[in-house]
Structure formats: structure tokens, C-alpha cells
Write a new protein. Structure first.
Length: 332
């Protein structure tokens, strides 16, 4: 029941979806000058799921959203807010959340998209929580969905091996303080905007100009090594920030679910935070970097494998294009 003493939001249901098609490191050995050994040792990724011709970011998001509503046992009409985080929109106009609204049946929901790249899911949780804190909304859905494969340059060995497609959704309900989301923090530094970007396809380099396509502008570009260094520092700091704000010691955290970008980034962050390696959840070996879908996908796997249990204190940290970074501490 929602009442005026509601002070936060809790995750009432979770649903995810991964497309069937898989690209392995062996497949990349045939596409670019790389090796399974290089990819595993530099990233920790072995395979990633990618969409087939009939799929798109909307089809992935719809399936994850339906599963989340079933898991939460809420009817579509109850959902008053739908926030979709994606860096790979269905089309520029209208929003992807509006496009998927009818299929989800969430006809009473205000729908909008947010662009915070790999931090998008944690940005979405934070925003949805604000609507609950004010009492404006009683049931919200946050979806992180990506089809990065549609914007990946499969001739660029430094980026193409990283990305995968997928979607994860949660249904949020109001909760008393001390349950659900305990604390979260969001940050942005646009001076690093060119570290991870897709220059083409927008207002500056419109998609309808052949030269822009020939120059491979509508593809994801990344200054990987520089991004790596900022990522380690930023995720560590924002995680420490929420732990301090919540007055929680790192030893009290039961599970750390980081954005799954690179095993070496995650290990470095875990070491700096002082979190035992067995408390760090990893699934990037099986899904690669799925940007805004990465944390809910990892969360679902952790539940399915019995690693994430009711009552656990969970820390989540993410980092991505913007640059953006964010952390959320929650009681599961
Ligand atoms: O999702 C959130 C944001 N994204 C990230 O957090 C990603 C952050 N960055 C990374 O994960 C890493 O920087 C990469 C995995 C992308 C690259 O690893 P790195 O250790 O930073 O490698 P590097 O870019 O410094 O490149 C080292 C060498 C280069 O060769 P030279 O110049 O030393 O001869 C690259 O050309 O590795 C080469 N290289 C490859 N070799 C084989 C780059 N990609 C590959 C590849 N296979 N796929």
C-alpha cells in the first residue's frame, strides 16, 4: 500500500531478455585481426548475444517489460511511469518508450527515454524513485535495453569485440525508508564527451548524407584506454559516495553488481573498494557489454543462480558515454 510515509522505492519485479543469436570470440577471429586469447585476457568476454533481422531494441524491451510485470504481479494498467534507458533508440522520433507502450499495455503510463549510455539503468532507477518519494507515482517501470550491434563497426577490432544486445526491466513500488533503494548518486562530465560517442546520425552529421556513412560516422567510437582509466576512478568514487551517505561499511555489502564493461575495470574497482572477489557478480563472459541492460541482466542471473537473496545489501555501479557514472545501494 502506498501511503504518505513512503520514502523510497523497491524493486517489486524483474524481467530480462537476450536475443538467441550468439557471436563468439572465434567468430571475431574470422572477422578482424584478433584472437580469443587477446579478447579473454583484455576484457573477460567470451560471447555476446546479438539481435536477428526481425528484432530491434523495442522487441527486446517489450519482452523484458512483460516479464517484469509478471514477476511483480502487476497489471499493465497499474503502471503510471515508464522510463526507458537506451543509447540505441528504435528511431529518433518518437521515443522508444512511446513506441513500446501499446505492446506493453501500459496505457496509463507517462513514457520517456533517457540517454545516459551505460549508466542509464541506474539513472532511470534514481529518477523513478523521485516520483515515488513525492507520492506522484505508485507503480513505475524502468527498462534498460540495447541493440549495440546495430551501431557497432565490425571493422574496428578495438570496439566490435566488446558489445552485446539485451534488455532488463524492473517494476518499482513505494517502500518505507530502510527498504529497497537506500541511496543513489549520479554524475556527468561532458568534457569527456568524445571518449565514447557515435558522431553520426544526429543533427551535426545527419544520417541522410552519404559522406557521413562513408566516413563511418554512425558507428560507436571509443578512446578505450583513456576511458578505462577514468572508469576505474569514477566507479570507485561514486560507490564510496553512496556507502558513506548511507552510513554503510563496505564489509556489510553482500553483493556488488557492477556494469559489465571489462573484467579488468571491475577487478580494479573491487580492489580499490575493498570488496572480496567472491562478492563481485560477473556475467560479462556470457553477454559482453550490453550498456544500459547490463546491470539488470546480471541481477537476473544472480537471482537464478541463487547468489542474490532476499534481504541482501546490494551495491551497483555503472559508467558510460557522457561521460556518466552512477551508483545505487539497495536492500533486495
Ligand atoms: O561501457 C562503458 C565504457 N566502456 C568501457 O569501459 C571500455 C573501456 N576500455 C576497455 O575496456 C579497454 O580499453 C579495451 C578492451 C577497449 C582495450 O584494452 P586496452 O588494454 O586498453 O588496449 P589498448 O587500446 O591500449 O590497445 C593495446 C593494443 C593496441 O595495439 P598496439 O597499438 O599496442 O600495437 C591495439 O591496437 O591492442 C590492440 N588491440 C587489439 N588486439 C587484438 C585492440 N583491440 C584488439 C583486438 N585484438 N580486438
Amino acid at each position: 500500500m502506498h501511503d504518505q510515509h513512503t520514502l523510497t522505492a523497491r524493486i517489486a519485479g524483474l524481467g530480462t531478455f537476450l536475443p538467441e543469436k550468439i557471436l563468439t570470440n572465434k567468430d571475431f577471429e574470422r572477422m578482424v585481426d584478433t584472437s580469443d586469447e587477446w579478447i579473454m585476457s583484455r576484457t573477460g568476454i567470451r560471447e555476446r548475444h546479438v539481435v536477428g533481422p526481425e528484432e530491434s531494441v523495442a522487441t527486446l524491451a517489450i519482452e523484458a517489460g512483460r516479464r517484469a510485470m509478471a514477476d511483480a504481479d502487476v497489471s499493465p494498467e497499474e503502471v503510471e511511469l515508464l522510463i526507458l534507458a537506451t543509447a540505441t533508440v528504435e528511431q529518433p522520433i518518437p521515443s522508444t518508450s512511446a513506441i513500446i507502450q501499446p505492446a506493453l499495455g501500459v496505457k496509463n503510463a507517462t513514457c520517456f527515454d533517457i540517454a545516459a549510455a551505460c549508466s542509464g539503468f541506474l539513472y532511470g532507477l534514481h529518477i523513478a524513485r523521485q516520483f515515488m518519494v513525492t507520492g506522484e507515482v505508485k507503480t513505475a517501470m524502468v527498462i534498460g535495453a540495447e541493440t549495440l550491434s546495430r551501431y557497432t563497426d565490425y571493422t574496428d577490432r578495438a570496439t566490435c569485440i566488446l558489445f552485446g544486445d539485451g534488455a532488463g526491466a524492473v517494476v518499482l513500488k513505494p517502500a518505507p525508508s530502510g527498504e529497497g533503494i537506500l541511496r543513489s548518486a549520479l554524475h556527468t562530465d561532458g568534457t569527456y564527451a568524445d571518449f565514447i560517442q557515435m558522431p553520426g546520425g544526429g543533427s551535426k552529421y545527419p544520417p541522410n548524407v552519404k559522406e557521413h556513412i562513408d566516413a563511418r560516422l554512425p558507428f560507436i567510437k571509443m578512446r578505450g584506454n583513456e576511458t578505462f582509466k577514468v572508469a576505474v576512478r569514477a566507479i570507485t568514487e561514486v560507490c564510496q559516495e553512496v556507502l558513506v551517505a548511507a552510513d554503510v561499511r563496505v564489509e556489510q555489502v553482500d553483493l556488488f553488481i557492477p556494469h559489465q564493461a571489462n573484467l579488468r575495470i571491475i577487478s580494479a574497482v573491487g580492489d580499490r573498494l575493498g570488496i572480496a572477489p567472491e562478492k563481485v557478480y560477473l556475467n560479462l563472459e556470457r553477454v559482453g557489454n550490453t550498456s544500459s541492460a547490463s546491470i539488470p541482466l546480471a541481477m537476473q542471473e544472480a537471482i537464478d543462480r541463487g547468489v542474490l537473496k532476499r534481504g541482501n545489501l546490494v551495491l551497483m555501479g555503472a559508467f558510460g558515454g557522457g561521460l556518466t557514472w552512477a551508483a545505487t545501494l539497495l536492500r533486495w
